[in-house]
Design a protein around this ligand. Sequence first.
Ligand code: AHM
Ligand code: MG
Length: 330
Amino acid sequence: MKTLGEFIVEKQHDFSQATGELTALLASVKLAAKIVHRDINKAGLVDILGGNGVHNVQCEAQTKLDAFANETFKAALEARGEVAGIASEEEEHLIAFNSERARAAKYVVLLDPLDGSSNCDVNVSVGTIFSIYRRVSPLGTAVTLADFLQPGQQQIAAGYVIYGSSTMLVYTTGHGTHGFTYDPTLGVFCLSHENIRAPTQGTLYSINEGNQHYFPLGVKRYLQYCQTPDPATSRPYSARYIGSLVADFHRNLLKGGIYLYPRTPPYPQGKLRLLYECNPIAFLAEQAGGRASNGGQRILDIQPTTLHQRSPLFVGSITMMDQLESFLKE
Ligand code: AHM
Ligand code: MG
C-alpha cells in the first residue's frame, strides 16, 4: 500500500527547483479534504444541511457546507505559509495571505470548495476542486490579480476530492492523473488508481437535457447522434447526469464518456467557472488522455480576464470530443 503522502514525496523530483513547498501545499489540501469528508459524513446528524441565508458573489444561495468547506480549505492553506493567496468561488475577491512566510511563498491556489453542494442535502456525491499556479508577482510582496488570471496551461497542479460512496483524491502535476482512495479507519489516502487513462471512446454522455430547447444546434445534433441506434458504434449511448461536475467527470474519466455544459440563455457565457472548475478539470482530463474545450478553443489556452469568469465546457474521451466538435463546426 502506498499513501498519497509517500507518492507525492516520491514524485517530487518531477519538479525542477523542487524544494518541498508543493509537497507541503498538497499536504494542506489533504488535511482539509479529511476534515470536509468527516463533516459531510455527519451531515444528516448535525445542523449542517441546507442554506445559510447568504448569497455568494454570483448571487447563488450558499449552503452551510459551502461556507464550512471554504473556511476549512482557507484555514488549512493559510496555516503552513506555503501559499501566497487564494481565490475561491465562494469569495468575491482574492485573498492575499499576510504573514511574512506567505508573502514569500511561490504558489497561489484557486478553489471550488464544495462543487454541487446542494446535492449534499439528498446524499449525492459532491466534490472539492483545486488548481495551483506559480505566482507571477515578485516574491515577498502581496499577491495580485495577475497571479490568478493565468491561462490553465500554466497550472502547476490540479485535482479534486470526490466525496462519494468512498472519498477519493485525484490529482495531477502534469505527469499523469492519479487517484487515491481514503481509508477512514487509517485516516490516509491510499494509491488506488495510478496513471488513470480515460478510454478513447466511451458510451456515456452527461448533460442537463432539461435545457435541450436552449442548446446550440450543433449540440442538439450531437445529442441526436448519441441517441441514434448503431450497433457498430455501440449507440445509443447512455445518458448519465448527476448534476455534480466532479462526480459526472469522475465517472466519465474512468468509464469513458463526455460531459457537456453549453451556453444557455440563463447562462449566456456557460455556467461553469473557468478558473475554479473548467481549468483544473481540463488539466486532469488531458493528463489522462482526454480533451476539454469550450466548443471552439482548448480550455487550457483561454486567457482569463476576470476571477469568476464562466465558460462553456465540453470534456471527455477524445473520440467523442472529435465527434462533438465536427457537429459544432457544421
Ligand atoms: P456550483 O459550483 O454552484 O455547485 O455549480 C456547479 C454545478 C456543477 O457541479 C454541475 O455540473 C452543474 O452545476 C449542474 O448545473 P445544472 O443544475 O444547471 O445542470
Ligand atoms: Mg462549482
